[in-house]
Design a protein around this ligand. Structure first.
Ligand code: NDP
Length: 275
């Protein structure tokens, strides 16, 4: 039986096993997908990661055919893969590992999974709120599809990972307000937790001004509506949460896990039934 899993910390909330096991069952594949919680120390790649406990050695010890990697291990997964393919090289973070002839091949399916959600919309410009790992994936795929992309983040330390983009912080709000964007994409977890249920990724008046000039709003967070999407809905924008992106990235990973044997359209139709 082939074994797959998702590596993360925390990981108990992950819906990935539901999606992948549903596919394996529907296709009659002898395969199982589980969750593995790794110590957070594995998020740092040491010079001896191939010999000492790490994501790399855990993958081999469990004799996995493939794995997904989530917070906080996506960057270490990039550093520890034997080979990286596709847009992941630009992003610098991976969410998928596949074993090929005992080598770990790394991919990023978050980027394409996001783009599949918006590719039919007429979009020429985008503002990304947040400058973390998922913002980098979204920015790279928008840029590679010729969409003018700017970044806003509450702090500037992460802007060094966005050298090819125009970035705004709280000091540059005035210039940000002179711009307009077809889509505003929230990649921050603001408002996700019940203790901060009203929290927006930036000041409500400023965000309202930006959204009023936009047509679409997208939130990577999935599950329950965030204050960001509630505000965008109130202002009459077309909105989407992260559920479809989650399904798309899982389906693209499964296509890689089954080496193209399962076709993307079939995988998507099985996975859409689950969530
Ligand atoms: P990171 O931790 O790498 O980055 C988070 C970013 O959000 C940082 O720029 C941080 O700013 C900013 N931020 C955090 N809290 C706030 C706040 N209260 N107000 C304003 N800005 C804030 O996270 P990821 O990029 O990996 O993930 C972000 C979100 O995207 C998560 O909620 C995750 O669940 C979701 N996601 C969804 C996917 C899907 O398939 N739907 C796929 C991947 C991610 P600073 O730099 O100042 O700390």
């Amino acid at each position: 039986m082939q074994q797959f899993c998702v590596f993360g910390n925390p990981i108990s909330h992950s819906k990935s096993p539901l999606l992948h096991n549903a596919l394996f069952l529907s296709q009659g594949l002898q395969a199982f997908y589980g969750r593995v919680c790794l110590p957070t120390t594995f998020a740092t790649t040491t010079p001896t990661y191939k010999a000492n406990p790490s994501i790399y050695t855990t993958f081999h010890a469990l004799n996995l055919t493939g794995a997904n990697i989530t917070i906080p291990f996506k960057q270490a997964a990039f550093e520890q893969a034997d080979e990286v393919r596709g847009i992941a090289k630009q992003i610098g973070a991976l969410n998928t590992w596949v074993q090929e002839d005992s080598k770990i091949i790394g991919y990023n399916t978050d980027a394409q999974g996001f783009f599949m959600c918006i590719q039919d919309l007429r979009i020429e410009s985008a503002l990304i709120l947040g400058a973390g790992g998922s913002a980098r994936a979204v920015a790279c795929i928008l840029h590679s599809n010729g969409i003018k992309t700017n970044i806003y983040n509450r702090s500037s330390t992460r802007f060094s990972a966005f050298k090819e983009f125009t970035c705004f912080g709280p000091q540059e709000i005035k210039s940000l307000l002179t711009q307009s964007y077809d889509i505003v994409i929230n990649t921050t977890p603001a408002g996700l937790h019940s203790l901060q249920a009203d929290l927006l990724p930036l000041d409500s008046q400023i965000l309202s001004q930006i959204l009023s000039k936009a047509k679409f709003a997208f939130d990577l967070v999935y599950g329950s509506p965030t204050p960001f999407l509630n505000l965008a809905n109130k202002l009459g924008l077309q909105t989407q949460d992260g559920t479809q992106m989650l399904i798309n990235q899982a389906a693209l990973s499964s296509e890689l896990f089954t080496f193209g044997e399962c076709k993307l359209e079939n995988i998507l139709s099985v996975m859409r039934e689950v969530l």
